[in-house]
Design a protein around this ligand. Sequence first.
Ligand SMILES: NC(=O)c1ccc[n+]([C@@H]2O[C@H](COP(=O)([O-])OP(=O)(O)OC[C@H]3O[C@@H](n4cnc5c(N)ncnc54)[C@H](OP(=O)(O)O)[C@@H]3O)[C@@H](O)[C@H]2O)c1
Length: 255
Amino acid sequence: MVFTIFGNPVKHSKSPLMHNFFFKKFNLPHCYTRYRLENGEKIIEKFKELKIKGANVTIPHKEWAFKLADEVRGVAKEMGAVNTLVLENSKIVGYNTDGPGFMEIIKNFDYKKPLIIGAGGTARAISYLLKADIVNRSEKRLEFFKQKGFNVYTWENFEFKNYDLIINTTSAGLKDNFLPMPEKMLKILFHNAKYAVDVVYGKKTPFLKLAEKDNLTTRDGLYLLVYQGVLAMELFLGRKLNKEEVAEIYFNILK
Ligand SMILES: NC(=O)c1ccc[n+]([C@@H]2O[C@H](COP(=O)([O-])OP(=O)(O)OC[C@H]3O[C@@H](n4cnc5c(N)ncnc54)[C@H](OP(=O)(O)O)[C@@H]3O)[C@@H](O)[C@H]2O)c1
């Protein structure tokens, strides 16, 4: 069976490395490629043309995949975004493994009150399952969450509550050394929290460095990359996997 990742750009994606390593390790006769798709409207047409069994979908095509899949299942319905497409009985079915993948990361955390920093696509994916409050530097993107009944704040009207899990879903710290919120505010948050999770991967962000100073338990974006991949693989193969064992395989190849 052949799988791919659709995105634009897609060159940087680690998914082919992860999934091909998995296939090799278990002697499975499958192959995972990458496909730079310019026009998201053509995603299903391309899926059929390539005669593939499944695909991951990354920026900027997750909404097209949601709109055009024959059927959408699970949390993807609420999120309005699909990151995994699977051919099932001649139907192309859309799922989202970002939110459930995030929940895998924190499944052993003992938290009560989570706070998400950022209000973009990743925040949408995570917030549905996590039921967190949201804080963003500007107002526009918060509107979506407000409509859905979340407590939303900008930096200006933010209220410090007893948040014990702080999640950075912004791209601050990815290509720069910015924190996702003013340092003074983060210091207060970290002082009272137990856990900090960042979705940025490939470097230790200023956000995680600051959290470590306060001795918080931290997880970087590699965890999300790994666990969304593990759940996608379950969907591709149509069977449950030992998630921890597969995650270990992905961590090893990515490191
Ligand atoms: N680990 C993984 O597997 C994984 C999966 C998905 C995404 N990601 C990463 O997640 C990050 C966000 O992706 P996305 O698709 O959610 O992005 P997005 O939809 O473009 O949203 C970006 C968010 O970040 C905020 N932001 C950007 N720069 C900021 C700064 N300097 N200070 C404070 N806030 C800032 C934006 O605030 P405004 O609304 O004010 O502009 C917005 O809320 C990216 O770095 C991406 O690589 C990782």
